[in-house]
Every structure is written in structure tokens, then in C-alpha cells.
Design a protein around this ligand. Sequence first.
Ligand SMILES: C[S@@+](CC[C@H](N)C(=O)[O-])C[C@H]1O[C@@H](n2cnc3c(N)ncnc32)[C@H](O)[C@@H]1O
Length: 246
Amino acid sequence: MPTDISGNPSIDLLGKQITELLAHPNIGHGLARTLRAAAKEIEVGRYHRATQRAFPNGPDEQPTKVQIGGGSHQLDGFFNIDLVPPADFLWDVREGIPLETGTVELLFTEHFLEHIDYPRSAKGFAREAFRVLSPGGQIITGVPDAAHVLSRYPAAPVEAEEMIGRWYAKRTCREDINTYLDLINYVFRDQDDDPSYTPHLWAYDAEKLSQLFTEAGFTTIEPWTFDAILANPKREWASVYVIATK
Ligand SMILES: C[S@@+](CC[C@H](N)C(=O)[O-])C[C@H]1O[C@@H](n2cnc3c(N)ncnc32)[C@H](O)[C@@H]1O
């Protein structure tokens, strides 16, 4: 089976067929949910396949500082890799990190890891990070801190309100957060049925991050002190960051 399916017209055809099916009034909620997820993968995969075609041997440059999953929070002086624009290189890192072995000095990711499936993609990502880093190279990883959310259960209304205000005040799900457990569910899954959001697929705390990077071969894993020069300031509250050294 070919590993490169870029340009395969059957993917576009499938996308078209799914769009047609989704327009059908009697499709049924369960099938529609699944097809919406497939349609989204086809849509975001378009960028990945276009990059594969344009850069079959990976990027032209060999960057030493790389951000993955930065979204609109692009970092100057870094090579920004993301599934979708704006980024320097549009790539799905579930398929690997498109960089040479042992070439990167610093990798930065925040609020990205929880969006890829566990264990296949998350453990694969940690192994790939280890591969592309040079000896002594480091990866900084920040995620929503599941321990923060769970340690407050059952939460006082004032704490729940603070979390809702910071994370969900402008979201369409606001009226469906009716108890603190609903809030925990949103933190763990996000709005998985809303095409405007990418769901959370796994939850992390400091212990899990440390285990993940230790298993991938990193020698030291330490807490990383939040620094808004690199990190997105809006991530400071209730996130956990670690720095792992190869
Ligand atoms: C919640 S946003 C976080 C953006 C930014 N790091 C921040 O903290 O504001 C998650 C980002 O990860 C990217 N992402 C998710 N899955 C990815 C994948 N498989 N490969 C590359 N980027 C991915 C998304 O496109 C999105 O930009």
C-alpha cells in the first residue's frame, strides 16, 4: 500500500459524498456525528496532503527552534508547524514530525497534546520529539491541568463560575454547563460535536506528562515556569507545563 496518498481523487470524492449525505434530513444524529468528524479530517488533511506534494523531502530549512500546534499564537524566531494556517509548515504531526533526526534544540507546544489521540498519536509524538531533538535538546509542553479541575470537585459555585468565565463565557455551550461535573466533562472532551472546536482526546497532569516523556527516552523532566515571552498569556491559568531534556 502506498504511504503517500496525496492527490488521491477518491479522498475528495469521499468528502463530497459525505457533504451530500450530511445534507439529507433523515441521516440520523449518530451517523451525522461520525460523518462530520470524517469530513473535518478530510478538510484539515487537505493542507497536509498539499504540503506532502510540495515538499516530498520535508521543509527546505532545518530549524533549530520549532513550535507545534501554535494556532494563531505564532512565535517569532521559531519554525511554526500546525495542521492549519497560519503556520510556516502545514502538517499533521500524527504522521510524524517532518524534520531531520537530531537537529532541533527547542520544541515548544501548548494546548496541543490533548487534541491528539492517546496512546497512538500522543506516544508517537513524544517519540518523534525525542528523535528530532539534538542531544541536550528540550521540549516544553503545556496542557490544561486535569489535576486543577479534578482537585476542586465538588467545587464551590464561585470556583465553578471563575472557570466558566475564563474558559466558556463566550462559547455556545455556556447554557449546557449546569453542574460542576458538566464543566469537568467539557474540560475532558470540549465541544466534540461542534465543528468549530477540536475535541480534547486525553487529559494530562504533571505526572502523566512526566511518564509520557520518560517512556519516550527523555532523561530529565521538570516543571517549566510559565514565561509569557514564549507561552500564550491566556494559558497561564490552570495549565501545567513541563520541560523535558534529551
Ligand atoms: C487549542 S489550539 C492551541 C493553539 C495555541 N498553542 C495556544 O495555546 O493558543 C490547538 C492547536 O493544535 C493544532 N493541532 C491539533 N492537532 C494537530 C496535529 N495533528 N498536527 C498539527 N497541529 C495540530 C490545531 O490546529 C491548533 O492550532
